[in-house]
Design a protein around this ligand. Structure first.
Ligand code: NAP
Length: 283
């Protein structure tokens, strides 16, 4: 997919448009810093113009909104990403609604949420569920007519994931069940999934006996657990018990190295999609 992207970028540059992404980070959350570094590196590798703006933890909402006004008006910037979570004095809903929907490459603006929800392909699809859908498509895993179970209903993963799986098209047409923290007997639901997608942020929550034999398991979770044997003192695990899952599943994504790199790739795709809006049309 990165190779395909390189071709798209070359075509755009030939038309005088270099895809441009602005990444805004407020505060010093260590996980956010890692994600922002990875995104900036991916922009460099892809030949994008990029700007990363780091603001102190005490930044006011007004300061952040003023910055977004500037980025919305900057013609070199086609995509704007505000790394979440934001410090508590800032209303993240208001911030996400202040990104121009044409530059909302994270797909969090209500206009894009609505477009994805009604199956309008011009809406930006949030990078993580979009990446999961591409992962399924490109691995030849049929979703049509299958029972997909999504665990987690957040606005950034679970809900848009369910919307994409429901769409009438490639990577869609599944029958979808969505589970959350109030779901009764979650194992009963997860065992019905031909495709099981887990995004809850609970280390190794899904055990082998919660998975249908032969299922495809997509583990979105990224959790730090203590590991004194590592120099860092921790290691990353998913929301699924990988060892147990491999005994029953026919396919599974690893953590790290599965959904994470796909998310970054789809962010680049969305930025190219955004940049195309400003490129002269070829005849
Ligand atoms: N790899 C990537 O690129 C990527 C991207 C985004 C997120 N992630 C990871 O994915 C995980 C989820 O992220 P998120 O932002 O979606 O999290 P979130 O906003 O905290 O949402 C978690 C969801 O899981 C549900 N949940 C929590 N505990 C549960 C339980 N015991 N049983 C059933 N459902 C439960 C919650 O239900 P309620 O709504 O009822 O509270 C909520 O809907 C995290 O580990 C995050 O780091 C990875």
């Amino acid at each position: 997919m990165r190779a395909e992207l390189a071709t798209d970028v070359a075509v755009l540059k030939g038309k005088g448009v270099t895809p441009g992404l602005a990444v805004v980070l407020v505060g010093d959350n260590p996980a956010s810093e890692v994600y922002v570094r990875m995104k900036v590196k991916a922009c460099d590798d892809a030949g994008f113009y990029h700007e990363s703006v780091r603001l102190r933890t005490a930044t006011t909402e007004t300061e952040l909104l003023t910055l977004l006004d500037r980025l919305n008006a900057d013609s070199r910037i086609h995509g704007i990403l505000v790394q979440l979570p934001l410090p508590k004095q800032i209303d993240s809903t208001r911030v996400l609604q202040s990104v121009d929907p044409r530059k909302d490459v994270d797909g969090f603006h209500p206009v894009n949420v609505g477009r994805v929800s009604i199956g309008d392909p011009t809406g930006f699809r949030p990078a993580t569920p979009y990446g999961v859908q591409q992962l399924l498509l490109r691995s030849g895993i049929e979703t049509r007519g299958k029972h997909a179970v999504v665990v987690g209903r957040s606005n950034i993963v679970g809900r848009p994931m369910a919307a994409l799986l429901l769409q009438d098209g490639p990577g869609g047409n599944a029958t979808v069940t969505v589970c959350h923290s109030r779901t009764a007997d979650i194992g009963e639901q997860t065992r019905r999934g031909d495709i099981l997608i887990v995004a809850i942020g609970k280390p190794e929550f899904i055990s082998g006996d919660m998975i249908k034999r032969g299922a495809t398991v997509i583990d979105v979770g990224v959790n730090r657990v203590d590991d004194p044997s590592r120099k860092s003192g921790y290691r990353l695990v998913g929301d699924v018990n990988f060892e147990q899952a491999t005994q029953v599943a026919s396919a599974i994504t690893p953590v790290p190295g599965g959904v994470g790199p796909m998310t970054i790739t789809m962010l680049l795709y969305n930025t190219v999609q955004a940049a195309r809006q400003w490129a002269p049309r070829s005849h």
